[in-house]
Design a protein around this ligand. Structure first.
Ligand code: SAM
Ligand code: DTB
Ligand code: SF4
Length: 342
């Protein structure tokens, strides 16, 4: 039998945290059908096979970000037409959360274009978290780098998940972002874990990285002290004005392979098919679910770019007989501590 298919050593939590790059590259090399079969087996052992959790995103503070992430329309370094806006008022955020809940989302993720939030930002966002949580939605936030104290403050406000992506391999990361390091990302993830927040961390495929970079990104995530409860896999949305606009798109089977390998490495994680769905065919999305994706962003907008409209998503799920996860199912999974997501 192929070495990557035989039983590997496991850690105390029953999961592996000692993946070697060569092993993960070997998974990527498998015949497509063998890889999908393996991923689907892992998926069915840990998740309801015909259910997808839905999260809605809201940009509560848009644009004007001092970081130079080469993919991001919100960076001040690039002319993308995204206007800088102040933080949204509390009531508007809570109304957006109510709308998302009424449309069927079970989790509400608030994103801000910060390198790192200031004290007064954390205070205002803590109030948003309290009110969104009071609706019965799970809460998540993505606000850039956090100190350990800030992570604890967000936890005290009732935050469930914190999203902070490693985005690529350490080697490729420095080619895409110069204003912070990979280690900065890992330090925030440590602060988030230590505050007992659930971790949402994944990355972007299609930035011109190699397969080795994609494997390296997944090795970083799987070898963290705990697997992230949620792993968003984004396909780059090419935005005019950003340095990554105009590059070659990733092959759709390679994108699906990345999801399948993530599923094999992190069996319990909520794997989110994230940015890039608007440009994806229904067939590619169906393959992503077969490869182990268990969640989507739902609603017509991501942060600043488009997402499929609600009618298209409802029709796709209905055609595939995939049921949206209910609020009660999301809450039960959150309480069980497994498979949470941002
Ligand atoms: N400023 C915070 C940060 O960087 O962590 C939070 C917001 S930031 C927009 C969240 C994530 O969105 C990034 O880490 C990246 O993975 C993703 N993202 C941003 N622009 C994207 C794009 N054009 N295509 C795909 N994903 C993107
Ligand atoms: C994640 O991994 N993807 C989401 C969420 N986490 C915050 C963001 C995608 C942003 C896509 C570009 C935009 O809409 O600005
Ligand atoms: Fe700023 Fe986040 Fe965009 Fe980077 S990805 S420029 S940190 S908003």
């Amino acid at each position: 039998m192929n070495a990557v298919l035989s039983s590997p050593p496991v850690a105390e939590d029953g999961l592996r945290h000692d993946w070697r790059l060569a092993e993960v590259e070997a998974l990527f090399e498998l015949p497509f059908m063998d890889l999908l079969y393996q991923a689907q087996q892992v998926h069915r052992a840990h998740h309801a096979p015909n259910r997808v959790q839905m999260s809605t995103l809201l940009s509560i503070k848009t644009g004007g970000c001092p970081e130079d992430c080469g993919y991001c329309p919100q960076s001040i370094h690039y002319e993308t037409g995204v206007a800088r806006e102040d933080m949204m008022p509390l009531e508007a955020v809570v109304q957006a959360a109510r709308n998302a809940q009424a449309a069927g989302a079970t989790r509400f993720c608030m994103g801000a274009a910060y390198r790192s939030p200031k004290k007064k930002d954390i205070e205002r966002i803590s109030q948003m978290i309290r009110e969104v949580r009071a609706l019965g939605l799970e809460t998540c936030a993505t606000l850039g780098m956090l100190t350990p104290d800030q992570a604890h403050e967000l936890k005290d406000a009732g935050l469930d998940y914190y999203n902070h992506n490693v985005d690529s391999s350490e080697e490729y990361y420095r080619k895409v972002i110069s204003t912070r390091t990979y280690q900065h990302r890992l330090d925030t993830l440590e602060a988030v874990r230590n505050a007992d927040l659930k971790v949402c961390s994944g990355g972007i495929v299609g930035m011109g990285e190699t397969r080795t970079d994609r494997a390296g990104m997944l090795v970083t995530l799987a070898n963290l002290p705990e697997h992230p409860q949620s792993v968003p896999i984004n396909q780059l949305v090419q935005v005019e004005g950003t340095p990554l606009h105009g590059g070659e798109s990733v092959d759709s089977f390679e994108f699906i392979r990345t999801i399948a390998v993530a599923r094999v490495l992190m069996p319990q994680a909520q794997l989110r098919l994230s940015a890039g769905r608007e440009q994806m065919s229904d067939e590619t999305q169906a393959l992503a679910f077969l490869a182990g994706a268990s969640s989507i962003f739902y609603g017509e907008k991501l942060l600043t770019t488009g997402n499929p409209d609600v009618e298209r998503d409802r029709a796709l799920l209905a055609r595939l007989k995939i049921e949206p996860e209910t609020q009660a199912q999301t809450q039960a999974r959150g309480q069980a501590g497994a498979g949470g997501s941002c």
